[in-house]
Design a protein around this ligand. Structure first.
Ligand code: SF4
Length: 345
């Protein structure tokens, strides 16, 4: 009986079908596993006189999330690797942010979007993660690493909107107040901009999660060079979808702009970017390109970065510098997967 891919109500139903017992038994089980990580139940008051059932449940319950095989830290963020049942590895990153720790989760092994600045893209797509494997990253961070995770961002390996059914189920499980209880306003899905998925996410249970889009370019020519998806979904189509996306009160769309020297760093690029963003409520994360070995591009110099940042400020774009403390990861998908983080171990 798997638990990490079920909401409370789904678990209660499955429990009733399997064991013939109601929520007075199954709800405490769900709360214990999802809130504390413990998978022993003999001491639960609701199991008084039901030792046989407690033992049976302990034997039946599976977490199906893979196992923690590696953890590395750069002194700020912590990256950990989970080995899945089929021996594929996925990465997740814990980013300390004031009192709230953020977990950056993967949604696929590899990715088929092929963004040119991203190592995960070079892997191609190996497979989608199940909902349990996505939720399992939160479970591992909280209950095996002992970190109080309050925010989740889908900015790890993979394009979450390319695995939307499982990502939606994972969001429902993470957000369930009777379990992990991560409020939807603290969950962010990052995408290259798959508009069908964005539109579906916009209607999710009437409560939107935050949306981040990896934009990276001021126009279609440059974006299509960097991100093949743009040849199918051009920026105008993406913008129309983003304008339909419901924002929570006082919230904004998050956008990532990876600055690549000589590619998307000119004055006219800043102006065109500002024009594109103007109709939307956007917080833009400006990320210095972090090249992989053998990359054809180099990172922008500090001067180029600061100059571009200043141009955006002058154009009245709400722009934040991203580059430290996992900030690169926070800013755009593709900044984590493969070995693209700054602290690979
Ligand atoms: S940047 Fe994101 S969507 Fe693009 S290839 Fe990398 S993981 Fe996939």
């Amino acid at each position: 009986m798997n638990i990490l891919d079920t909401t409370h109500d789904q678990f209660v139903d499955a429990f009733r079908r399997r064991y013939g017992k109601g929520s007075h038994i199954s709800t405490p089980v769900y709360r214990r596993v999802m809130k504390t990580g413990k998978t022993a139940f003999h001491d639960l008051a609701s199991f008084a006189g039901l030792a046989g059932l407690a033992g049976q449940l302990e034997a039946d319950l599976v977490l199906s999330m893979g196992r923690l095989v590696k953890r590395v830290s750069d002194g700020k963020a912590i990256k950990f690797v989970t080995r899945l049942a089929d021996d594929l590895d996925i990465e997740s990153v814990v980013i300390p942010m004031f009192r709230r720790h953020t977990l950056c989760v993967s949604s696929q092994v590899g990715c088929r979007m092929g963004c040119r600045f991203c190592r995960t893209g070079k892997m191609g797509l190996l497979r989608n993660l199940t909902a349990a494997e996505i939720v399992g990253q939160v479970y591992i961070a909280r209950h095996q690493l002992g970190i109080d995770i309050r925010n989740v961002v889908f900015m790890g390996m993979g394009e979450p909107l390319d695995n939307l059914d499982n990502v939606i189920q994972a969001i429902r499980v993470m957000a369930d107040q009777r379990g992990m209880d991560i409020a939807r306003r603290y969950i962010t899905v990052s995408s290259v901009g798959l508009t069908a998925g964005i539109d579906r996410l916009a209607r999710l249970d009437g409560t939107p999660v935050n949306l981040a889009v990896s934009l990276n370019a001021p126009n279609d020519d440059i974006r299509s060079r960097l991100m093949p998806v743009n040849r199918i979904i051009p920026m105008a189509v993406l913008q129309a979808s983003l304008l339909r996306y419901p924002l929570a009160k006082k919230s904004a769309l998050f956008m990532g702009y990876v600055l690549v020297e000589g590619i998307n760093d000119r004055r006219e690029h800043a102006k065109a970017l500002a024009r594109y963003l103007a109709p939307m409520t956007v917080k833009l994360n400006l990320i210095a390109y972090n090249p992989a070995p053998g990359s054809e591009w180099r990172p922008p110099s500090a001067d180029v970065y600061e100059r571009f940042h200043a141009w955006l400020v002058a154009e009245k774009v709400f722009v934040r510098r991203r580059g430290e403390k996992g900030g690169r990861i926070m800013a755009a998908c593709g900044q984590l997967g493969g070995k693209n983080t700054s602290f690979d171990g």
